[in-house]
Design a binder for this molecule. Structure first.
Ligand SMILES: [Zn+2]
Ligand SMILES: [Zn+2]
Length: 503
């Protein structure tokens, strides 16, 4: 979600990639994986279902439904799994477009995540220049059309391997809506849907093939609404109290705060209501904000300061009438939408995922794929490097801080979790751009998506067949989880919602 994702390619990672052979991470434990019969079955199934999975991804790309409105996209994926014998629970965690699809029984439990929400205003054809399909409409600039379908492909492939080789356990695919607002998984975690999961194997479209321990920032999303008292702005302004004044004082306060925050913290906002007309003293004004920190405690400190600025701004606008309900005073309100923890990556799971990425190998891009990638890069004012056709070596120490946040992070505090990135987009093309939207509907993106399905399925086979691996991931998870016992940022009486401007 949000402007910069934890999936963007750091330049140095590319430099490392360009001078290292694929898979030379130097980890004898996991870099020497060989194809087992079960993994072969999984990969064959991923290939044989590839055209269905690509069709589903293309259909979702074409519809580009926004957060919590993904009815068509979520149904396509849930229906595919149900048709294959998965038991599907729809409308979980108070969200009509959220679901859990399950096959098998008992332990271990492998979880795959499917996202499918698009971004507003990013409509774009599969073209190397800015060319919306429909101006102002949504687009899949974060590649969630690939994310969702690729994870369904992984679920189908792992199930086939389980059936063919009588593997124990359960495979689940979670349909997780509204990731761009950091909403879906937070509520699913609140409802305990991940509590018995042994390994959550996630992925995200990217511009390189990589497994990393890159953290993400903690984030809170909320809307602040100030209330005033309307009056004629020229005839009797002294009779009014401007909610917009309160909002402007609030903005000034948080902009002054920025200088004194830790460098890893962030505050950003948009004004969602600045009043109706200049000749009316605004009686209501609001802003939608994100506060972020390198971890949840840092975010909490920033947020608590922002809360005090809200109170101060209210006091400035109302003056001596502050607190007097009979004069029309109503205190500013804060509506909380979501809270995202910082990511708790599981290194043991990462090593296994990386080893399976090396086993499967990166996508094979055609010269046409590479040519389109270079056109996009030139059009985006980037060096025409094409697609990343290698694998960035796994380096647990190369985990630069990310500016982005993800709701996968909340899952990472309740079960062992790791992310895979594959090169669906040309090198250095950023997420949330017209170019990543174009790339997300391209042939190269679909090829890499099937690679993701295979890697996730092979890693799933390892989880189901290696009790030692499960125990090691669990032990690492419990040690890290003890440092931040997870407390849901949303309570049992809260309900999923979006800011006024996004409803
Ligand atoms: Zn995103
Ligand atoms: Zn995304």
């Amino acid at each position: 979600m949000s402007s910069s994702t934890p999936y963007a390619t750091p330049l140095f990672a590319l430099l490392i990639a360009s001078c290292a052979a694929a898979g030379s991470a130097g980890d004898p434990l996991t870099d020497s994986l060989e194809w087992t019969e079960a993994k072969r079955s999984a990969a064959e199934e991923a290939d044989s279902r590839a055209s269905d999975v690509i069709d589903a991804s293309r259909e979702i790309w074409g519809h580009a439904e926004l957060a919590l409105k993904e009815s068509h996209s979520s149904k396509i994926l849930a229906d595919m799994l149900e048709a294959d014998g998965f038991e599907v629970q729809r409308g979980v965690a108070e969200m009509p477009t959220a679901w859990v699809a399950s096959w098998g029984s008992g332990k271990p439990v492998v979880a795959y995540l499917a996202e499918y929400d698009a971004l507003p205003g990013l409509s774009q054809k599969v073209s190397a220049s800015v060319e919306p399909v429909e101006a102002g409409a949504g687009g899949h600039g974060c590649g969630h059309n690939l994310f969702g379908a690729g994870s369904v492909g992984a679920g189908l492939a792992l199930k086939a391997a389980m059936q063919a080789h009588d593997l124990p356990g359960t495979v689940r695919v979670y349909g997780t809506p509204a990731e761009e607002h950091g909403i879906g998984k937070v509520w699913m975690v609140r409802d305990g849907l991940f509590d018995d999961v042994d390994a959550c194997l996630s992925w995200h479209p990217s511009n390189e093939n990589e497994v990393s321990l890159q953290p993400s920032k903690a984030l809170r999303s909320f809307e602040v609404t100030f209330y005033g008292r309307s009056a004629h702005a020229a005839g009797a302004p002294w009779q009014g109290v401007s909610a917009l004044d309160a909002l402007e004082a609030f903005e000034t306060g948080i902009n002054l705060l920025r200088e004194h925050m830790p460098e890893s913290a962030r505050i950003h906002y948009v004004v969602t209501n600045g009043g109706a007309a200049p000749n009316i003293v605004p009686s209501i004004a609001s802003a939608w904000l994100f506060t972020r920190g390198k971890d949840w405690p840092e975010e909490e400190r920033v947020y608590q300061h922002v809360r005090r600025i809200v109170e101060g701004a209210d006091l400035m606008a109302w003056g001596e009438e502050h607190g007097q309900a009979d004069k029309g005073f109503k205190p500013a309100q804060i509506q909380m939408f979501t809270g995202l923890y910082h990511y708790n990556p599981n290194e043991r799971a990462a090593r296994q995922m990386h080893a399976n990425l090396v086993l499967v190998g990166p996508a094979e891009y055609s010269e046409e794929n590479q040519a389109f990638a270079r056109e996009l890069q030139v059009s985006f004012d980037l060096e025409p490097m094409g697609m990343h056709a290698e694998i960035t070596p796994f380096d647990p120490d190369a985990a630069p801080e990310s500016g982005g946040s993800t709701d996968v992070a909340n899952i990472s505090w309740v079960c062992p979790t790791i992310d895979l990135n594959v090169a669906n987009w040309p090198m250095n093309i950023p997420a949330h751009s017209w170019a990543s939207t174009a790339a997300s509907g391209s042939e190269a993106a679909y090829k890499a998506m099937i690679v993701a399905s295979k890697v996730l399925a092979c890693a799933g086979v390892d989880v189901l067949t290696q009790p030692d691996l499960v125990a090691e991931m669990r032990a690492e998870f419990e040690e890290s989880a003890a440092t931040f016992p997870y407390v849901s940022p949303v309570g049992p009486d809260d309900h999923p919602s979006l800011p006024t401007s996004m409803r």
